[in-house]
Unconditional design. Sequence first.
Lengths: 276, 336
Amino acid sequence: MSTNPYQDDRGNKDRSIANPAGSGSLHAGSYSGQPQKGTAGEPFLIGEAMTGGYGGGADILHGCTIAVDKGEIAVIVGPNGAGKSTAMKAVFGMLDLRAGDVRLNGESIARLAPQARVARGMAFVPQTSNVFTSLTVEENLEMGAFLRRDDISGTMEQVYGLFPILRDKRRQKAGELSGGQRQQVAVGRALMTRPSVLMLDEPTAGVSPIVMDELFDRIIEVARTGISILMVEQNARQALAIADKGYVLVQGRNRFTDTGEALLNDPDVRKSFLGG
Amino acid sequence: MDFLNALVALANFVLIPATAYGAQLALGALGVTLIYGILRFSNFAHGDTMAFGAMVTILVTWWLQGAGITAGPLPTALIALPVGIAGTALLLLAMDRSIYAFYRAKKAKPVVLVIVSMGVMFMLNGIVRFIIGPDNQRFADGERFIISARDFKTMTGLDEGLSLKTSQGITVVTAVIVVALLFWFLTHTRTGKSMRAYSDNEDLALLSGINPEKVVAITWIIVAALATVAGVLYGLDKSFKPFTYFQLLLPIFASAIVGGLGSPVGAIVGGFVIAFSEVTVTYAWKKIATYLLPDAWAPDSLVQLLSTDYKFAVSFVILVIVLLFRPTGIFAGKSV
């Protein structure tokens, strides 16, 4: 329970005076660890030995390390409640870190707020509410490029090239699209900043298997353009199949870390997480 | 002939006044709906913001009149309007910095902000009365009529006169311009789109690099412009009295909710729905009935459904009826 009296509106259901729709819940995390200098040859983005939780609550992550190199796909998998999404949020600055460090290109970004990390070239696609439903597809993409002052038409063409269906639907409101198309808009919006790292929180949640395969193909294409991809996935088998690096988390700790292929072939991983 | 007379009487006493009043309510409701959509609370201080904007404009108008500057046939207040808007914008931005920003930083729930806006309402109430006094102020000058009733009668030879006041003409023209500008701004400019994006999904707006504080500041500036324009137009059309503006809050809220809170189109439609209902229900239809009905059926009473004292009740009856059938308002805004 929140102890903030300003957030107490118990019993108020009157939408004619209060409008909770779309209000922000993004938590900018604090950092009380020691930022480190990056070592030569370390991955492009690394969340190193991250330990932390929300506010004064118990730690959710315990010395968890997540890293991804340029143009690679790193996938975080694990059972429910393993802290997969939390680990991703920690890398993006939405968790209160008590130890460890997050470095981008050898420089610590652990003290930066999430929006400052966006400006540094990190793009984040949340699991839900990841499109502006009342804006058209094109406006969604324009908003993705809000920080840019140069001509965005080239990037928009690239996104339309990647997701051709969006070009046909560009004048339609994003809220009217199907689940799979929305995910495409969400990824497209994130790509509009021309990020160096793209972080996806369960991009295939709630989409059909065919759409999922299609989406994974697109993600591989994005990685080939040199963008690092860090992804949390529920569909472990399919995700590891496309991953350069796989992280299996259990209770906020790294359990297995290897290439995607090696993890798929590891009998321990197969038995405990992939159902044989 | 009788039919024409009835039509002219209808236009003179119902259509024209209701259109002007509707435009004023629509401008007020647009301000309320913008705050509701972007800052996520119902701003109870809106009526008094209108009063403040009108007050600044009136003071500048008096100064201009004293200096001998007028706008010829148009009211001098139109020249003073930009100063009024700037003054109100400064006030609202100062209020935001000193009051609302604190609650935003605490991530206060909207209902807390509603109560805060009531406090602001009382403050503005006091400030306006302290500066200009609680009495009626007249500041309209220039040509009073575009068409006066007598001219109309001699022109057409009808028994009924039709008068179109300058203030009514200006109200409608200004409202159309302001609304067109606002819609163009919201749909075609980067900043306007970022405001809609922020209203839609605050977190995603932040992740896209949209600066919330800038969106909030621009919203207040636009609201200042809308409130001042609405306040000055209402004052030109009727007269300026702080308490009347405070009371205007009721039909304005009703307009915004009937149209669909958070929907700018809804605010405009709602404004006209409320204005037309108020005027038609409180108008004495005897004259028009006498023209249209055979002599034997001519009514003895005034055929007034409701005394004008009850005009505020009309807003709320309409509100209840619309919400019973369409809980989201006419233009599916946010469900209330």
